[in-house]
Design a protein around this ligand. Structure first.
Ligand code: MTE
Ligand code: MO
Length: 417
């Protein structure tokens, strides 16, 4: 029988059942509020018994989330973490995009904003924001990731770590802007130019050197994010985007690009953002973020498995070197692996969702994911990563991470001995 032809008495019975199950679920809702990212359980919104009997609220100028939902970043003074374990899909809502500011968020008037291209060019040029928007535009869905993301893996992070607190310095947006190569046509870059200095207009005057090949390949200046203007936290009104490369070099509040014949050796590429190696040397200019993945459900955020039986393990994987081609999941601490299903769209240099059916039988399980990208690179175990890199680094950690589900259902961030 179709819903349209359902009898009045049957409808009444269904509604009664629904009301009862809502009440039965109420206890679970309170304890589950934090883990589901629900708004404060102490002040539940007033909901009618039967929404079909009262007029709903009218349309509005500006929307807001359901008052039952409250995904939040976890902020410190200088950065904030995306709640990866509370999100669906691959696009990070702009208001929970992770943040990393070296000297706070500057306030820049878009009417006075300019971007200057100079140095080894024939025609030094100052572009206004309107100028940038007038050029042929492009859009790209791509992740940003701070090279410090997952850095607690070097020292072994806390058992209470969640996908958000361990890996939340990464987000994916749909960015719109103009290719830097388009602007380069305007200024006539000289043949000897090999590096480009990108400089921000914040109090950190953050600056980095970018090889010209990357600039010519896919670098762009973004002024749009997820259908609206860039958020101030993401570099309003315009920032440099270097697909797949460490967050730091994606200079926000971009005010100039200077073309030169060698790297500029700025603070952020000498004393910072280099990786000490076990032999006493340091890696410099490690731009691309290597393949990584994390299970986003279940994680320590939910504390304990809700029940035994069938569940779907969910997660995200990404690589700064292209598409994710495979994600494997292990439920026995890496002894055996099986392929997870990748969810379309699978885009280069973007978060990619993976799903893995699993039955929890009230026994201990160690859940791990490992990503492979289109170059064939496989995300290493922590042990394999440390055997090459030592433990002296703070940046560029991409080791596999484990969630231990104890026999009593308790979930924790786990490291093999
Ligand atoms: N001008 C400027 N650009 C900047 C930064 C900054 O502090 N100032 N932080 C960098 C770092 S370390 C990272 S990880 C990314 C963070 O980008 P987001 O805040 O949009 O996530 O921006 C980079 N670009
Ligand atoms: Mo960063």
């Amino acid at each position: 029988m179709s819903a349209r032809h359902i009898s009045a008495s049957k409808l009444e019975a269904v509604n009664k059942l629904r009301r009862r199950s809502v009440l039965a679920g109420a206890g679970g809702l309170v304890s589950g509020a934090a883990l589901m990212g629900l708004a404060s359980a102490q002040t539940p919104p007033q909901v009618p018994d039967d929404p079909t009997k009262v007029q709903g609220r009218p349309a509005s100028e500006l929307g807001d989330r359901s008052s039952f939902e409250a995904p939040r970043r976890v902020p410190s003074a200088t950065s904030s973490l995306t709640p990866l374990d509370l999100l669906n899909g691959i696009i990070t809502p702009s208001d929970v995009h992770y943040e990393r500011h070296h000297a706070g968020v500057p306030l820049i008037d878009p009417r006075r904003y300019t971007l200057t291209l100079h140095g080894m060019v024939d025609r030094q040029t100052v572009f206004t924001l309107d100028d940038l928007k007038r050029f042929p535009s492009m859009s790209r869905i791509m992740f940003l990731e701070c090279s410090g993301n997952s850095g607690s893996g070097w020292t072994k992070g806390p058992p209470t770590g969640t996908a958000q607190t361990l890996h939340g310095l990464t987000s994916t947006s749909d960015w719109t802007g103009v290719l830097v190569s388009t602007l380069m046509n305007e200024v006539a870059v000289q043949p000897g130019a090999k590096w480009v200095l990108a400089e921000g207009e914040d109090a950190a005057v953050l600056s980095r050197s970018v090889p010209i090949d990357k600039i010519l390949d896919d670098a762009f200046i973004a002024y749009g994010q997820n259908g609206e203007a860039l958020r101030p936290e993401q570099g309003y009104p315009a920032r440099l985007m270097l697909p797949g490369w460490e967050g730091n070099i994606n200079v926000k509040w971009l005010r100039r690009l200077k073309f030169g014949d060698q790297p500029f050796e700025t603070r952020e590429e000498t004393s910072k953002y280099t990786d000490p190696m076990p032999d006493g040397s340091a890696r410099q200019f490690t731009f691309a973020m290597e393949a990584k993945s994390t299970i986003t459900w279940p994680t320590a955020r939910i504390g304990v498995m809700p029940a035994e039986g069938p569940w779907e393990i969910r997660g995200i994987a990404w690589s700064g070197r292209g598409r994710i081609t495979r994600v494997e999941v292990s439920t026995d601490g890496g002894q055996t692996w099986a392929d997870a299903r990748l969810v379309d769209p699978v885009l280069p240099m973007a978060h990619t969702r993976f799903l893995f059916p699993w039955t929890w039988s009230s026994a201990e399980a160690i859940l791990t994911s490992r990503a492979t990208d289109e170059t064939g690179y496989v995300q290493p175990s922590r042990q394999d990563l440390v055997s090459v890199r030592g433990t002296g680094s703070i940046y560029h950690y991409n080791g596999q991470q484990n969630w231990r589900v104890a026999a009593d259902g308790t979930i924790s961030n786990y490291y093999a001995a």
